[in-house]
Design a protein around this ligand. Structure first.
Ligand SMILES: NC(=O)c1ccc[n+]([C@@H]2O[C@H](COP(=O)([O-])OP(=O)(O)OC[C@H]3O[C@@H](n4cnc5c(N)ncnc54)[C@H](OP(=O)(O)O)[C@@H]3O)[C@@H](O)[C@H]2O)c1
Length: 292
């Protein structure tokens, strides 16, 4: 089985590049080889590679910047994945794609289930929802894995920002009323590996088993706030212990994009269909910080 991985330089893509090779012949590409913002580049790339599985880990992930660049965010997160899905149909490929907690408005008191009503508050969330809809309408076998608060030891993320800021500042003000599940990119890649492995064993994407297509929530377990996440990062770090962390409400930290207050995603469906559990967020953070 030929597996095409798009977005190999990203947090999740980088982890998948190291993990997915034992499931088939892995062809990992970057944006020079396939640019999701360039509609003309998508189908020719898919037709020339002829993959059986496409994993799209590429996205426009600048949540605040997307408010200034809505067209680019929509091209990469909405239109591009739709064209990818159409090209996948032409070559008979199944498509694995990632989405976000930011498709919800965060007003629920409980963790969001896959079929709960979406209502994105930001350009980024709207563009990711457009990508979800385009995939679902393409008439192909697809898996959309919604995740949240992704971090790793590469790229731009909250973990690396807090580690840097804690070395520079005596005190930090961190939002304490947005609740979510920090999720290590490697945990997402390992979860994807388990899911794809089981799918391939059941002859995906040819199988007609409808339970192997659709939206799934894939986040680490447990919950915390950004302030709680920062506290744990500092606890586990060798440096920055003297930095005082002040909890503040979202209203005291205005950002261009509005974020949901409740970002929690229920992982019950993935447990039921694929019989595995994601790690607790604290355990994954410890493993990440002691990893290479
Ligand atoms: N980060 C989070 O907190 C978060 C939360 C929830 C869901 N997600 C979702 O999880 C998935 C993976 O996110 P991530 O954090 O791993 O992303 P990331 O680290 O920001 O990486 C994004 C990847 O997309 C590539 N890319 C950007 N624009 C592209 C384009 N026009 N054409 C082709 N490739 C392009 C980037 O390439 P370059 O290296 O060349 O820029 C990079 O490889 C995404 O679908 C994201 O929406 C992320």
């Amino acid at each position: 089985m030929k597996i095409l991985l798009i977005g190999k330089t990203g947090q999740v893509g980088g982890e998948l590049k190291n993990l997915a090779g034992d499931l088939g012949t892995l062809i990992a590409v970057d944006r020079k080889q396939l640019d999701l913002s360039k509609p003309d580049s998508i189908e020719p790339a898919i037709l020339s590679i002829q993959p059986g599985i496409i994993i799209n880990a590429a996205a426009y992930t600048g949540v605040d910047k997307a408010e200034e660049e809505p067209d680019l965010a929509m091209a990469v997160n909405g239109t591009g994945p739709g064209l990818l899905a159409k090209a996948a149909k032409k070559v008979g490929a199944g498509l694995i794609h990632y989405s976000t907690d930011y498709v919800f408005d965060g007003c629920s008191d409980t963790p969001y289930k896959e079929d709960d009503r979406t209502n994105p508050l930001s350009v980024y969330g709207k563009s990711k929802l457009a990508g979800e809809k385009a995939l679902a309408e393409a008439g192909i076998p697809f898996l959309i894995l919604r995740t949240s608060w992704v971090y790793s030891l590469r790229g731009k993320n909250f973990l690396l920002s807090i580690q840097r800021l804690a070395k520079e500042k005596d005190s930090l003000r961190i939002v304490d009323d947005q609740i979510g599940a920090p999720t290590w990119a490697r945990s997402i890649a390992m979860g994807t590996h388990k899911i794809l492995g089981q799918c391939l064993n059941q002859n995906w994407p040819e199988t007609k088993d409808a339970s192997l297509s659709g939206i799934f929530h894939l986040t680490c377990q447990g919950k915390t706030s950004w302030h709680g996440f920062a506290k744990e990062i500092i606890n586990l770090s060798g440096t920055g212990q003297n930095t005082v962390l002040h909890p503040i409400p979202t209203s005291e930290y205005p950002t261009p994009a509005t974020r949901p207050l409740n970002s929690l995603l229920s992982n019950e469906k993935i447990k039921k269909v694929f019989s595995f559990e994601m790690p607790q967020w604290e355990d994954a953070l410890k493993d990440c910080m002691s990893s290479k």
